[in-house]
Ligand binder design. Structure first.
Ligand SMILES: Nc1nc2c(ncn2[C@@H]2O[C@H](COP(=O)(O)OP(=O)(O)OP(=O)(O)O)[C@@H](O)[C@H]2O)c(=O)[nH]1
Ligand SMILES: [Mg+2]
Length: 256
């Protein structure tokens, strides 16, 4: 499969799911966080119905997929179906953000426990802080902290306050070993002979490797896998199938 310079396959992106009650500001948050208009925002509870998946590069997190979800308290006619979709998004989530917005937080805490049971890191975020006095903010944040034992991030999706701190907190919360499972997964064991066959992407600058090729080389030649005897072969479009098969016989064949 050819991968262009600007594409990171979705499976290799950090999936950040945003969860919270209807009207807690999930869609506003995604827009503020990404500095783009990704999701529709409205005062009406149940505005987001199906999850919205948006791939983007976010500093300092790298390639991510942001997932906007329907409120987990959706009581509309299709509420149950929407919650099912939200659960599916939860399964794809590597790092969960739970948006709190008020003192009543029983459902948020239920979802917090759900993610913790799955060993998915969770960052609790108090949104709409522009609506609260300093004292009120501290009181709610303290309540969240007491119930989750996690560092709580205070933000306003409306003013953008706190978003930068949150990005840094998220970067510190990336699941341990997340980068290790990129690209080659469990295809290769220590000591294997690895043959990388790298077709030259027409969109890549002449003579350069594209990002996933570099990542694969980097992973195979460093860290825990430095025992691999890596051989890199760069093939032009014109190579014949028999020639490729010849390489295939020499060991593991990865075609990027
Ligand atoms: N004052 C203030 N209002 C906010 C903030 N974030 C969101 N809102 C408002 O809250 C309302 C709901 O925002 P949405 O972003 O649509 O909320 P949502 O969680 O996506 O809602 P659903 O899709 O219905 O689940 C809108 O009127 C937003 O303008 C915030 O930080 N401060
Ligand atoms: Mg929404």
């Amino acid at each position: 499969m050819a991968v262009t310079l600007n594409e990171t396959p979705s499976a290799n992106r950090l999936h950040i799911g945003i969860f919270g009650k209807t009207n807690s500001g999930k869609s506003s948050f995604i827009n503020a966080f990404s500095e783009q208009k990704v999701s529709i925002v409205a005062d009406v509870a149940g505005t987001t119905t199906d999850p919205v998946y948006k791939a983007m590069e976010i500093y300092p997190l790298g390639p991510c997929v942001l997932i906007d979800t329907a409120g987990f308290d959706d009581k509309g006619e299709l509420g149950a179906l929407r919650i099912e979709k939200t659960e599916l998004a939860a399964q794809k989530t590597d790092l969960a953000i739970i948006l709190f917005c008020e003192e009543e937080m029983s459902q948020e805490l239920k979802w917090y426990r759900y993610f913790k049971e799955k060993n998915t890191p969770v960052v609790p975020v108090l949104n709409k802080t522009d609506l609260y006095t300093q004292e009120e903010k501290e009181k709610i944040a303290h309540l969240i902290q007491r119930n989750t034992k996690e560092e709580v991030c205070l933000i306003s999706a409306k003013t953008g306050e706190g978003i930068r701190n949150l990005k840094e907190l998220l970067a510190r919360s990336i699941p341990e070993g997340y980068g290790n499972r990129m690209i080659t997964g469990d295809l290769v064991d220590t000591g294997d002979l690895v043959l990388l066959v790298m077709p030259q992407d027409i969109q890549a600058p002449k003579g350069r490797l594209i990002v996933p090729q570099v990542q694969t080389l980097g992973q195979k030649m460093s860290g825990n896998e430095c025992d691999n005897r890596s051989v890199s072969v760069s093939l032009g479009k014109s190579r014949s199938t028999s020639e490729i098969n010849h390489y295939r016989l020499a060991g593991i064949f990865l075609c990027i």
